[in-house]
Design a protein around this ligand. Sequence first.
Ligand SMILES: [Zn+2]
Length: 250
Amino acid sequence: MDYLKFLGTAGARVVVFKQLRASGGLWLELKGTRIHIDPGPGALVRALSSRPKLDPTKLDAIILTHRHLDHSADANVMIEAMTEGGRRKRGVLFSPKDALEDDPVVLKYVREYLEGIDVLQEGGEYRIGEISFSTPLRHRHPVETYGLLIEGRVALVADTFFVPELIEAYKGAEILVINVVRAGERDERIEHLTLGDARELIEGIKPKKAVLTHFGMTVLRAKPWEVAQRFSEETGCEVIAARDGMVLEL
Ligand SMILES: [Zn+2]
């Protein structure tokens, strides 16, 4: 089965560091290729305690959309797990350059365990196993950040301030996963999407299905499942709010 499993739906500091929601990132299995995206705090524990268990030694790749800790804290742990502590050189890491250079989030000694490291850049196209993905746009976020368009049909809109270019970048996506951290008005100083931005993306991109995730405190207080229901009625597109452990069939 092709699926995306939410090993966490927490976003931003309070929800992640109080673990009001889990923060293990996303586990993708598509055409037999397995990728762990954004292994935040607890990623390994969430994978292994998942039912059925998700086995890190079966991963083909790890992708970091950006270096913030809620997306990368378990990157080293997952690389060790994927490579059996470096006993088997395998797997590829995809990461922005700034996560690897000054003040890196990936330790140098674990990099040796990998088959390769591919640096993400705007407009980049990548292949891993049986699947291809692209990083159409550098997002507006305090660190180098990319969203993903997988097989041209599954879009993961990573952390970003709203810019209209997002709509063009992810056009054609049938499934649109949106990291929506905030409720309330847009604020230039906080470079994250709001619920209103998520709705604008859904209306612009018109996917078959949209999934809201990566919730900050203000979104949790707004009851994302109710917001999703309302967006479904207002946009005519099926919108759901992710839950920890949720499996989305692709
Ligand atoms: Zn971030």
